[in-house]
Ligand binder design. Structure first.
Ligand code: AMP
Ligand code: MG
Length: 582
């Protein structure tokens, strides 16, 4: 398997206007604006556009069934609680919602954010969606255990959907219980916040409540179910719409095709408003290069312009994942956010030792469809399925579909190369040098996080003798023999030549590299240690880990143990690899 993603199909590079959301989505951190009034839970500003503007299920029971001609079913949280406890919370998410952080101290907070007590002003529902699972159309899936409480408008007039994951059964629960366990909830909470701090678009997490009830899970699917503590994460995103939210209606055909258009109109209006207001003067027409009759004009079809933006956001997201070694273990189309966010943290993992064939999902081992190296192609495949849904509903032409696919490829390659170039601290992309580096890293199973951090200490000093060249990288190049040492020395020599001609000083390069190469990454074994303690009733490690992961690029003296290589036990199933059982 190649260590570098294959080049995209050639495409005419035309840039859409800068995405006005990107800054927000990339790092939605606290603005700490003292002018903004911080609100009590009861004073939050609700606005339920999803329920108001889209067709809903006329039935309101939670019997598992096919829900036709509807985007959602009204349903209330029903998970039982017994002395629920707040495990961890995010002040920066509270800040986005204008929620007063003192509200976390309220004794009724765990009841409100487990769904045991209703939120004043909320209007809860479960979303209907479908999806391709492991490349096969799986039909209706839907929110089987996530229940949206409603949408909040903050002081900046931003819309934020608030959702409880593990809040009980819905019509989409099929044979499952609608619940979630503490271990998977801790992983989702910590990783969504860690991703945001890495500058990678993600759904967020406001709070994690342990319900006080037990939930039975067969973690290894080996017929040995175990009782585990139940938990509920309050997830927050501008929208939880997925590719599968559109696919389900296109697949059902006939009258449901109109719902694809209604839902697309809704999504563009609320989440891509710059596309709705796009005019001819924005100059977005382009030629596919196949003759003048093949001119596609994105200003004449908002759905095509929207598809291109979704494709580009997805490409950019997956390029960023590659940059930090993140592998989403279940890249089914129901787990692909329409906003280009990382969504649905089940089995996921950051690479420790560099291994392009790494998959964090035990179910994925036979085919490794979702392994690290395949993720960019899977993103493309998923965009293709989303585009087909729009095409089935006659919202886009074949030509527009092809163009969006090309744009995915070119955007991915542009972003990937820019990220890798920054990671090694060079002024421009060097395919050979980076390709050889990744090959070397794969051969010697070099840690993907720590290596790049150490690389920033290599100096552009040609007086350093050959035998001293690997000294800065020593901690990452453990147990390698003479021939491998020679291979690395030769690479470092070439790298040193490149950096010495770059005109960038050692200090400047180090600072720039350290701003993209995290020191702290949410390794699975760190999560596991925090989970083990939380399951014993001690939440301190979860809270500490959140604080460390909120500043992944900072040195954080005293916290160096969180940057250590994984211990041997980290490689056992259940830690570095997980099933979907959560
Ligand atoms: P996931 O693999 O988490 O993306 O889930 C795939 C589908 O299974 C979605 O429709 C989920 O809502 C549903 N699902 C997963 N776990 C449960 C559960 N414990 N109870 C009900 N539905 C679930
Ligand atoms: Mg999912």
């Amino acid at each position: 398997m190649s260590t570098e993603p294959s080049p995209p199909p050639s495409a005419t590079a035309i840039n859409l206007p800068a995405d006005p959301l990107t800054g927000e989505l990339n790092r939605q951190n606290s603005n700490n604006n003292p002018e903004v009034k911080k609100l009590k839970i009861e004073d939050l500003n609700w606005d339920h556009s999803f329920v108001r503007e889209l067709p809903g299920d006329p039935l309101n029971d939670i019997v598992s069934r096919e829900v036709l001609h509807a985007c959602y079913s009204r349903v209330s949280p029903s998970a039982e609680v017994d002395n629920p406890q707040l495990v961890v919370w995010s002040e920066s998410v509270a800040d986005i919602l204008d929620l007063d952080p003192k509200e976390f101290e309220r004794s009724d907070f765990p009841h409100l954010f487990s769904g045991a007590s209703p939120l004043k002003g909320g209007l809860s529902y479960a979303q209907c969606y479908g999806g391709h699972q492991f490349g096969v159309w799986a039909g209706q899936l839907g929110d089987g255990r996530a229940i949206t409480l409603g949408e909040l408008l903050n002081s900046k007039n931003q819309r934020w959907e608030i959702q409880l994951k593990g809040a009980g059964k819905t019509p989409y629960s099929r044979f499952a219980d609608g619940l979630a366990v503490l271990r998977s909830s801790i992983r989702e909470f910590l990783c969504s916040e860690a991703m945001n701090s890495l500058g990678i678009p993600s759904t967020r997490a406001l709070s994690l409540v342990m319900t006080g009830k037990l939930v039975s899970r067969d973690m290894f699917y080996d017929g040995n179910p175990k009782d585990e503590p139940g938990a509920i994460v309050c997830r927050v995103a501008q929208s939880f719409l997925r590719f599968g939210s559109f696919q389900i209606h296109a697949k059902r055909g006939k009258e449901d095709l109109a719902i694809v258009r209604t839902l697309a109109d809704y999504t563009i209006k609320h989440h891509f408003p710059h596309i709705e207001s796009m005019s001819k003067s924005d100059g977005l027409s382009f030629s596919t290069g196949e003759g003048s009759s093949d001119v596609v004009d994105l200003t004449s079809n908002k759905y095509a312009a929207w598809l291109v933006e979704v494709a580009e956001r997805t490409a950019s997201l997956i390029a960023r994942w590659q940059g930090v070694g993140f592998t989403h273990g279940v890249l089914n189309t129901d787990n692909m956010s329409i906003l280009g966010l990382t969504i649905d943290y089940g089995p996921f993992g950051f690479l420790d030792a560099f291994d392009p064939s790494f998959t964090p999902n035990t179910t994925d081992i036979p085919g490794r469809r979702y392994c690290f190296a395949e993720q960019p192609d899977i993103g493309s495949w998923n965009i293709g399925q989303f585009a087909l849904a729009l095409s089935t509903a006659q919202l886009i032409s074949k030509q527009e579909l092809n163009y969006a696919m090309e744009r995915y490829g070119s955007k991915f390659m542009d972003e990937y190369q820019a990220i890798m170039t920054k990671k090694v601290g060079l002024p421009k992309y060097n395919k050979e040098l980076i390709g050889e580096l990744l090959n070397n890293m794969a051969v010697d199973k070099v840690d993907y996080t720590n290596f790049f951090r150490l690389l920033s200490s290599v100096r552009a000093d040609s007086n350093v003798p050959d035998e001293k060249l690997l000294v800065p990288l020593k901690a990452s190049l453990l147990d390698i023999g003479k021939s491998r040492k020679d291979a690395w020395t030769s690479w470092v020599k070439r790298y040193r030549d490149e950096i010495s001609t770059s005109g960038i000083s050692d200090e400047e390069r180090k600072a720039s590299m350290n701003s993209v190469n995290p020191k702290y990454i949410l390794r699975n074994y760190l999560c596991q240690s925090a989970i083990d303690m939380a399951e014993q009733g001690d939440f301190e490690e979860v809270r500490r880990l959140l604080k460390v992961m909120e500043r992944p690029f900072d040195e954080q003296p005293g916290m160096e143990r969180y940057a250590r290589l994984p211990p041997a036990w980290a490689y056992r199933p259940g830690v570095c690899m997980l099933s979907c059982s959560s």
